[in-house]
Ligand binder design. Structure first.
Ligand code: AGP
Length: 365
């Protein structure tokens, strides 16, 4: 067991530290900078991806948040309408053209019953389906028309970490593929985006090297009453994911909010015992988000921000630097949140790899 954890006390911390490698594996051999394209080895019929009118992503938990990130990427990069639904809430009905709709099931394990149910409903209605998964030979690979592997390597900790970033990176490649195929993504923009993607493993490593600062923050705030995570645009799913991670393994109350929503209600909960953790990077309208953070600070809340290198924000109690990788910066900010959740839980002596009441893959609906 100790050998399998590679010297780490928990699989979760090992898997957090494996993210640069996981990302390199996800990208390996798939990027062609010369033609500013990608090669994903998909077997959809010729022209199918180009003629799409809508992409629907279905997923649960962390995979759902990765899908929210990816849907924004698909709309921005490929200019295709993309929606996300919680798999257990998904029905394929109501005026969609199944032949022009691609339904993507995003699932680390490939065995989540809710997600399998959703993809079956979509396939039954005649939609094309794609599985995005980490697990070779899993049920979802048999249900879907085609499969894209995220290549993160085995993830043992119940809390998903490296698979989140690998899911988004893989779906970003798909967005480039579709954008190039449809002619909606220029060569220059594709090169920029692929360059940022290539910079992601190194950026994540730089954050991992700052772990001591996060441990210090975890020591300072471990006894807080609640933790609020906020972000805009690409920062919003990261705020939701940051809160999920903390609640899963520390059992503390944590909530993720769209930063602009704080003032529409949650601000009533804010006190000096509710730290606010914010995503203040590229792709998140950081200036507006900082205004919302300041409103919380005015009510006494300590503020921790993951901030783009070189970006001036107002005063934060703790500022954590995120290297510049464009719209992938919120993913890098997420690594700070993972480390924060890990250290708060570890300081409390929680069962980090197997939190109470949770299973790695949920095979009941
Ligand atoms: C993540 O930390 C959770 N353990 C959980 O939300 C998980 O992401 C969800 O159950 C979906 O699992 P899947 O990706 O294997 O489908």
């Amino acid at each position: 067991d100790a050998a399998e954890k590679g010297g780490y006390e928990h699989y979760m911390r090992k898997e957090i530290h494996e993210q640069p490698t996981a990302l390199r594996q996800a990208l390996s051999g798939r990027i062609d900078l010369d033609r500013a394209g990608v090669d994903l080895d998909l077997e959809f019929p010729q022209g199918c991806l180009e003629s799409l009118e809508e992409i629907q992503l279905v997923a649960c938990g962390t995979s759902y948040y990765a899908s929210q990130y990816a849907a924004q990427l698909l709309e921005e990069v490929a200019d295709v309408r993309a929606t996300v639904e919680i798999a257990s809430e998904y029905e394929f009905d109501g005026g969609r053209d199944p032949w022009r709709t691609l339904v993507i099931a995003v699932t680390q394990s490939g065995e989540t019953a809710d997600t399998l149910g959703a993809i079956r409903r979509a396939a039954g209605a005649g939609a094309r389906t794609l599985a995005v998964t980490n697990t070779l030979g899993s049920s979802v690979t048999r249900e879907a028309d085609d499969t894209l592997f995220i290549r993160a390597g085995p993830e043992i900790g119940v809390a998903a970490t490296k698979t989140f970033v690998s899911q988004v990176a893989t779906l970003a490649l798909l967005a480039v593929d579709i954008g190039r195929g449809r002619g909606t993504l220029s060569t220059a923009d594709a090169r920029d985006l692929l360059g940022d993607l290539r910079g992601l493993p190194g950026a994540v490593q730089q954050v991992l090297d700052e772990e001591d600062r996060v441990l210090k923050a975890a020591r300072e705030f471990r006894d807080s009453e609640s933790f609020f995570f906020v972000g805009r645009r690409f920062g919003y799913p990261v705020a939701l994911e940051g809160a999920l991670k903390l609640k899963e393994i520390s059992y503390d109350h944590a909530e993720g909010f769209a930063a602009g929503e704080l003032k529409h209600g949650p601000l009533a909960l804010v006190t000096d015992k509710t730290p606010v953790l914010a995503v203040l990077t590229d792709g998140t309208r950081a200036g507006e988000t900082m205004n919302n953070v300041t409103e919380a600070q005015t009510r006494g809340a300590p503020a921790i921000g993951a901030v783009s290198a070189g970006l001036e924000t107002g005063s934060l109690d703790i500022g954590l630097e995120v290297p510049n990788v464009g719209i992938f910066e919120p993913l890098v900010a997420n690594v700070y949140f993972q480390l924060f959740a890990y250290h708060v839980a570890n300081l409390k002596g929680r069962s980090i790899d197997k939190p109470r009441n949770l299973a790695k893959s949920v095979t009941v609906e």
